[in-house]
Write a protein that binds this ligand. Structure first.
Ligand code: P6P
Length: 337
């Protein structure tokens, strides 16, 4: 059993590193602390979801036309409430909300500087089967003038403008993994103490790996290049065949690949010509984490973080993970006729 008092708490890490945080005014630190609190509250509910009436459908659909799970709604409410209460953000966008939520500052002068975009519960179809789910968050500094209400353009910045991003994974243990642009660090919750400990310092993708993560049920819809790459992964040659692992929650697949090496893929497929995942609150934060962990994140032909979003819920294909694996995938896509 690791002696937790040998590891810094999340609070100590933030205190020790906040001078390196973008703008280092302390507000970003407060924002990450707000996410920490919301993660603990949500984790408490996720861990007992089977015991209380919070499993199953909420009986309505979200803006994506997807059945909302009760825990989707719960997590969405808790993250939004916690972020608003901290009085640091001027706006919040969520997968569960059609439009962004404008948040005025306590002084009433629209003086808050940050916007947050969240996928409050990624992989919620896993809830009822007790498989991992997660929360994904993305933080930008507003570009609209202080003193004025937040604008849609504040949320439609390219991913390379992010000042912080991360995820909470509610798995066999609950982890908070985030970056502020100086590498990626992971913190594990000690539920007995309600404290996150710095369990995974300086997380980095192995340059290559032997795990590929994709829903092979969509194989018939993949492009020739993606099909060719999957066959390459499966071919008995050199260090291949690779292992196929797909949990149905990007956060969980991403986290495993970050530790062991691997590639996560959600290509454009048939009816989902732009892919399934949402650019602003799924692909961009994951891509920022990927690059900060020395990995690569692409649409197959373009760096995710360079994309100029045009819609809040727009979808995008994503391939992310170990550099050598993503580069090999890109070779197959570029060579497809
Ligand atoms: P499919 C969850 O809905 C999600 O957005 C990702 O977390 C996950 O990797 C993917 O979609 C699963 O989608 O179509 O394979 O079930």
């Amino acid at each position: 059993m690791t002696n937790t008092n040998q590891k810094r708490t999340l609070g100590e890490f933030i205190f020790d590193n906040q001078s390196s945080f973008p703008y280092s005014t302390g507000e970003l630190s407060k924002l990450i602390n707000a996410i920490r609190l919301a993660a603990k509250i949500t984790n408490h509910e996720v861990n007992k979801a089977g015991l209380v009436d919070i499993l199953g459908d909420a009986g309505n659909t979200n803006v994506q036309g997807e059945d909302q799970q009760k825990l989707d709604v719960y997590a969405n409410e808790k993250f939004i409430q916690t972020l608003i209460q901290r009085g640091i953000v001027c706006g919040i966008a969520s997968e569960e909300e059609e439009d962004f939520i404008a948040v005025n500052s306590i002084d009433g002068n629209n003086s808050n500087k940050y916007v947050v975009l969240i996928d409050p519960l990624d992989g919620s179809s896993n809830i009822d089967v007790n498989a991992s789910v997660g929360t994904i968050f993305s933080i930008y500094r507003r570009i609209s003038p202080l003193g004025s209400p937040v604008e849609l353009r504040d949320f439609l910045q390219p991913g390379k403008n992010q000042v912080a991003a991360g995820y909470v994974m509610y798995g066999t243990s609950t982890m908070l993994v985030f970056t502020t642009g100086n590498g990626v660090n992971g913190f594990t919750l000690n539920p007995a103490l309600g404290t996150f400990y710095h369990s995974h310092p300086n997380m980095q993708f192995p340059e290559t790996g032997r795990i590929y993560s994709v829903n092979e049920g969509n194989y018939v819809h993949f492009s020739k290049g993606v099909k060719a790459y999957i066959k390459y992964c499966q071919k008995e040659e050199g260090d291949r065949p690779y292992t196929s692992r797909y949990i149905g929650a990007m956060v969980a697949d991403f986290h495993r690949n970050l530790i062991k090496g691997g590639i996560y893929m959600y290509p454009r497929i048939g009816p989902k010509q732009n892919g399934k995942l949402r650019l602003t609150y799924e692909c961009n934060p994951i891509a920022f984490l990927t690059e900060q962990a020395k990995g690569k994140a692409t649409t197959g032909t373009k760096r995710i973080l360079d994309i100029e979003p045009t819609e809040l819920h727009q979808r995008e294909a994503i391939f992310c993970g170990s550099v050598k694996m993503v580069e090999k995938l890109e070779e197959f896509i570029l060579s497809e006729d």
